[in-house]
Design a protein around this ligand. Structure first.
Ligand SMILES: Nc1ncnc2c1ncn2[C@@H]1O[C@H](COP(=O)(O)OP(=O)(O)O)[C@@H](O)[C@H]1O
Ligand SMILES: [Mg+2]
Length: 331
């Protein structure tokens, strides 16, 4: 987009443009997303200059109507919130929990023990976001940051087929970035701006968000450093979701057994690291073959639980499965 060019800013000439581009900042949206402290850090420019440039970038985006002003009336916030899109989960039970689906401009944290369905949920949402708005989607693509090597295109194919969609087209709209360490995970998101715009990305999945940080920062001595780094990633994720009107999902693995864990076993390991930044937190729990999802700490959802299942079609309503079984039996 022409109006987003770095050199469209007053006082930004070819030299500064090059400095910024070399540091992975390609347009004025990137400037705002990264913020002055980071811009100074990665380009080596002094803090005052970075602040000036970022402020100008922010002003320009406000003028273009691309981001909200610093001081806004409640009416304007209300209007901006009207732009929030929802992505249906494709199930009645989880849509009830999310009040229609997961939101754009927001981060949804899904935490739960191993095998509780976090990754299956992510895969299902990769398909659902591509549906038309009438069908509960956002007609958008996906950026999938895979940190555990658990992304499976085969699952996308079966979920797409179950939804009557062309699997090849669905796969084509999912961009997968495999993160090898926590620094790489942050870098992927920092560089994602142009990809998000070019591909009309409406969903950013990070599965898992905390895993690499946890593995790399072992021991109590490095706990606060780990939190800082993870926070940096999550704040960037929230800002990116807000700036580009995308939905973000971050998964977080927790232990379930109360005797290995002091305090509330349903709290994520590492405390409430994610809680401060995520807008919605959902806890997934195994219950035999079924799964329970509970909405935790939401600013405007009631705290409630629903039961769902995992099938070939991804996350599903429990009744659907019962119906299908009955049909198979009667055939
Ligand atoms: N094709 C499938 N059909 C039915 N259930 C499946 C399928 N693939 C995975 N599952 C279910 O998903 C579970 C794994 O969920 P997953 O999302 O990988 O857990 P998590 O990411 O929370 O560790 C499996 O135990 C199984 O119950
Ligand atoms: Mg998983």
């Amino acid at each position: 987009m022409e109006e987003l060019r770095l050199d469209s800013l007053d006082g930004v000439g070819p030299v500064t443009t090059k400095k910024l581009t070399d540091a992975g900042i390609h347009n004025i949206m990137d400037l705002v997303v990264r913020g002055p402290v980071e811009v100074a850090e990665i380009t080596g420019m002094d803090k005052e200059t970075a602040e000036k440039i970022v402020n100008k970038a922010r002003q320009q985006l406000v003028e273009e109507g691309l981001i909200a002003k610093d001081f806004v009336s409640a009416t304007e916030i209300y209007k901006r919130r009207q732009d929030i899109g929802k992505i249906s989960t494709g199930t009645n039970c989880l849509d009830l929990l999310f009040d229609g689906g997961i939101e754009t401009q927001a981060l949804t944290e899904v935490y739960g023990e191993f095998g509780s369905g976090k990754t299956q949920f992510c895969h299902t949402m990769c398909v659902n976001v591509q549906k038309t708005k009438e069908e509960g989607g956002q007609e958008g693509g996906v950026l999938y940051i895979d940190t555990e090597n658990t992304f499976r295109p085969e699952r996308i194919v079966s979920i797409a087929k179950a939804n009557g969609m062309d699997p090849e087209k669905v796969l084509d709209r999912i961009i997968v970035a495999r993160a090898y360490n926590s620094a790489h995970q942050i870098l992927i998101l920092e560089e994602a701006g142009p990809i998000i715009k070019e591909n009309n990305i409406k969903l950013i999945v990070t599965d898992s968000a905390a895993g690499l940080f946890r593995a790399e920062y072992l021991g109590r001595g490095t706990l606060s450093e780990r939190q800082q780094r993870l926070n940096k990633f999550l704040h960037l994720l929230v800002r990116t979701a807000e700036t580009y009107n995308c939905a973000a999902i971050a998964t977080n693995q927790v232990m379930s057994s109360p005797d290995v864990f002091f305090g509330d076993p349903t709290r994520p390991i590492g405390g409430n690291i994610v809680a401060h930044t995520s807008t919605y937190r959902v806890y997934f729990k195994k219950s035999g073959k079924k799964r329970i999802a509970r909405m935790v700490d939401s600013p405007h959802h009631p705290e409630q639980e629903v039961i769902f299942t995992l099938t070939e079609a991804g996350v599903s309503d429990p009744e659907e499965e019962t119906k299908k079984k009955k049909k198979e039996e009667s055939e």
